[in-house]
Design a protein around this ligand. Structure first.
Ligand SMILES: Cc1cc2nc3c(=O)[nH]c(=O)nc-3n(C[C@H](O)[C@H](O)[C@H](O)COP(=O)(O)OP(=O)(O)OC[C@H]3O[C@@H](n4cnc5c(N)ncnc54)[C@H](O)[C@@H]3O)c2cc1C
Length: 459
């Protein structure tokens, strides 16, 4: 049975008819995620369901297992790797109705929420209680906490605070063939068994459907201050990154924008960008007022010798808005972009960035780079017209070379977006056959019939 009236009949026995979409119009947003506009990737779901709770997810999964239908979990659809795209058809399980806050205990620094709560709401609720949920991926209004857990999302503040996994103490999930389980809970420590919660985090919907999460929060640091250093070129910029790491100040975020990206956003900077600048380094420090001011002064001393200009920012909203605008501004140059999220040890950043630029130039492509310098996690970006097939093919070649370079430098092909559909084949570059085989056996242990988001993450 694939789609059509029979599938609709089966699904409406499990959920109210208005929460079942079957058939699915080809132009439905459920047939694509954020990889769609940039990569032209679209799937064709047989049905979309919008469950209200874990029991309904379990019932739908049981049907998919029985019928051999793919089940594709969908959060906010902001993923850029095609993870939520139903490339093999099947049933899309949209978590959009499961957004209840199950517990919020400010005095105990924790929250329990259903998977469909938006990232922005998690952060807002924490903030209203004087607390902080540090992970801050860029599409926070669109993405959901379950999607963040499924991709182990990062963001600028992952440098000090770690990615989403560092803030998840428990995961409730539905596993094939339709069983509701809970790994961990409100406890902050647990070493009793194999870390199955850890396996679900970052599994991109290939092992089960996350239905609720227990989150750890911290008291909000009272002060955050910014410093922007403009450097003349890539070499001096990468040296400055190492200088900041070596000076011993713990930045809450350390971001870079290379010369080509800087050229596209210089006019929007809240200040004046010096004409000779070929690199910008944004540092944020947070904590108590006095320690934060002294940390920023130490950063200024560390950067003083090489920087063309050092700008203090006490109001960070405009600065971060500027940083968030980089992705859209570079996409606008030619109407589209192919942007990766490779990561290397920070001392290899210069080799990565110069190698990427050389590879793109060899392929006749215009490129730039920006991202999370402290983590060595870079959005290496080719700017192109996605309708131009020759440019898209050249970008594929340049991306392949970038992945090989990142792997050779001891890095990874993905630091935060995951592999989804678009990058799954590249995993073999960083995993030897025995490790790939172990990855496949982990998948088979959770999902022996292979219904969970097939074709994603593992080649
Ligand atoms: C403008 C922009 C900026 C971004 N900035 C960042 C950034 O700074 N850092 C970063 O890490 N990412 C970033 N991203 C990527 C994206 O927002 C993250 O990957 C995010 O975590 C995806 O969440 P989502 O809810 O939209 O998931 P979706 O896109 O819906 O799904 C992503 C993957 O998770 C799976 N999934 C979703 N929900 C569940 C669930 N409940 N259970 C099991 N599996 C599930 C899907 O099957 C899919 O494989 C950005 C994207 C955009 C468009």
């Amino acid at each position: 049975m694939r789609g059509g009236a029979a599938l609709r009949r089966e699904l409406t026995k499990l959920l109210d008819a208005e929460r079942v979409l079957c058939p699915v119009p080809p132009d439905s947003p459920y047939n694509a995620d954020a990889a769609g506009p940039w990569r032209g990737l679209r799937g064709a779901a047989d049905a979309v369901v919008m469950p209200d709770g874990a029991e309904e997810v379990a019932a739908v999964m049981a049907l998919c297992v029985k019928q051999g239908l793919p089940l594709v979990p969908r959060g906010g659809g902001s993923g850029v790797s095609g993870g939520a795209c139903p490339v093999s058809g099947g049933v899309v399980c949209s978590m959009e109705r499961m957004k209840a806050v199950l517990e919020l205990e400010p005095g105990l620094w924790r929250m329990r929420a259903q998977a469909g709560l938006s990232t922005a709401d998690v952060r807002r609720l924490a903030q209203e209680s004087g607390l902080l949920f540090p992970p801050d991926p860029g599409a926070a209004e669109q993405s959901q906490i379950g999607g963040n857990v499924a991709t182990d999302a990062g963001g600028p503040h992952a440098f000090k605070y770690g990615s989403t996994r560092h803030w998840v103490t428990g995961v409730e999930a539905v596993l094939p063939p339709g069983e509701i389980v809970r790994f961990g809970g409100a406890c902050r420590k647990d070493v009793a068994a194999y870390d199955l919660r850890g396996l679900l985090i970052g599994s991109e919907g290939t092992l089960g459907v996350v239905t609720a999460v227990d989150l750890r929060l911290i008291p909000r640091p009272p002060t955050a201050l910014g410093l922007v250093a403009f450097l003349p070129d890539l070499e001096r910029g990468c040296e400055a990154v190492l200088g900041v790491l070596g000076c011993g100040v713990v930045c809450s975020a350390l971001e870079l924008i290379d010369g080509a990206a800087l050229a596209e956003v210089a006019s929007a900077y809240p200040g004046a960008v010096p004409r000779q600048a070929g690199f910008a380094l944004l540092a944020e420090v947070d904590g108590g007022e006095e320690e934060t001011r002294s940390a920023r002064a130490e950063l200024e001393s560390a950067l003083f010798a090489e920087a063309l200009q050092l700008d203090r920012h006490d109001e960070l909203e405009a600065l971060w808005r500027w940083r968030e605008g980089v992705s859209g501004a570079v996409a606008a140059v030619r109407g589209g972009k192919v942007s990766e999220d490779v990561v290397v040890p920070p001392e290899r950043l210069l080799e990565l960035l110069s190698g990427f630029a050389a590879g793109a130039a060899e392929n006749g492509l215009q490129c730039c780079a920006f991202g999370h310098a402290g983590d060595g996690n870079i959005h290496a970006t080719v700017m192109l017209d996605p309708r131009d097939a020759a440019s898209m093919a050249a970008a594929e070649a340049s991306t392949q070379a970038l992945f090989e370079l990142a792997s050779a430098l001891g890095g990874s092909i993905s630091g935060e977006h995951g592999l989804g559909w678009v990058k799954r084949e590249a995993l073999a570059l960083q995993c030897p056959p025995a490790v790939l085989d172990l990855q496949r056996r982990v998948k088979a242990a959770f999902d022996p019939t292979g219904v969970m988001n097939p074709g994603k993450k593992i080649p």
